[in-house]
Design a protein around this ligand. Structure first.
Ligand code: ADP
Length: 266
């Protein structure tokens, strides 16, 4: 509580009372704390790859990468960290634009199976490299959804990207889409390490990771799911996750199915 008080004086200087204002600033304090945490998180996340890059450059300057193989390895690490820095900045800007609510999205009729194909194509080399099997199960006659195509593609990229990154070689990933009661539900399921029950409610928060080092070493920014939640909720949809450690995770989101008028979707 913030307390402020002031004396009440008569013209001659005689004090005859006082006014006090008590203001509940719990909400403000919490907001300020959140903002401070966020700035601290961002600084930390930016500093980690930069420190790595700096360390490797200095090692090279000190002549510690004499032979080509070592130099090549150093450059690979620096390149990987630079890519991650870039992704982090891109995700941060994306999220701040989403949160400011400044973006106006064009709403299209989006065919989920088309997005599945497009996103799978983008990840093809990683899927092959980790020998993952991807199965698709799309309900016959699935209606299109109403939404912004690029944003929904971004959601699928983030979810499928996670499923791939957290899967072990030879794992199975499933993409499902089905309609019910005017809604289309999309599921991205993997047979990866799963998420402990205690962490589940938090994974949508910015920078929350179950294992920081594993996420970072796999190129994660800790922002992917926060972006997913934002995009889906901005579409009036919902996100959910089910997971069992050691068995895998299943991420789900719902969007509005396009209504049918005179036999066509509108
Ligand atoms: P990151 O860039 O770290 O993947 P996200 O916001 O996408 O950030 O995910 C937050 C955290 O949730 C991850 O660090 C990881 O701990 C957990 N997570 C997300 N997707 C999966 C998954 N498919 N399997 C296991 N853990 C996951």
């Amino acid at each position: 509580v913030l307390a402020q008080a002031a004396p009440l004086e008569r013209r001659g200087g005689e004090i005859y009372g006082a006014v006090g204002v008590l203001q509940d600033i719990t909400g403000l304090r919490q907001l300020e704390q959140l903002r401070r945490d966020f700035v601290a998180n961002v600084s930390h996340e930016l500093r980690t790859p930069l420190t790595t890059i700096q360390g490797f450059i200095e090692a090279m300057q000190d002549g510690m990468a004499g032979d080509t193989a070592v130099r090549e390895r150093y450059l690979q690490v620096m390149h990987r960290e630079t890519v991650r820095l870039n992704r982090l900045i891109h995700d941060l800007l994306d999220l701040s634009r989403l949160e400011a609510g400044k973006v106006e999205w064009e709403i299209n009729l989006v065919e989920i199976p088309d997005l599945f194909s497009r996103v799978l194509f983008k990840f093809q080399s990683q899927i092959t490299a980790t020998q993952l099997t991807v199965q698709q199960a799309v309900q016959p006659g699935l209606p299109p959804v109403l939404g912004n195509e690029d944003r929904i593609e971004q959601v699928l990229i983030n979810l499928l990207g996670n499923a791939i990154r957290f899967s072990s070689p030879g794992g199975l990933i499933e993409l499902r889409a089905a309609a019910e009661n005017g809604k289309v539900t999309v599921v991205v399921r993997d047979t990866g390490p799963g998420i402990p029950p205690g962490d589940l409610p938090h994974i949508w928060e910015r920078f929350y990771r179950v294992e920081k080092s594993r996420s970072r070493s796999r190129g994660g920014t800790g922002l992917g799911l926060a972006i997913v939640k934002h995009i889906i909720e901005a579409h009036g949809g919902e996100v959910a996750v089910q997971s069992e450690p050691g068995r895998g995770s299943s991420f789900k989101f719902t969007l509005t199915a396009a209504p049918v008028e005179n036999g066509t979707y509108s």
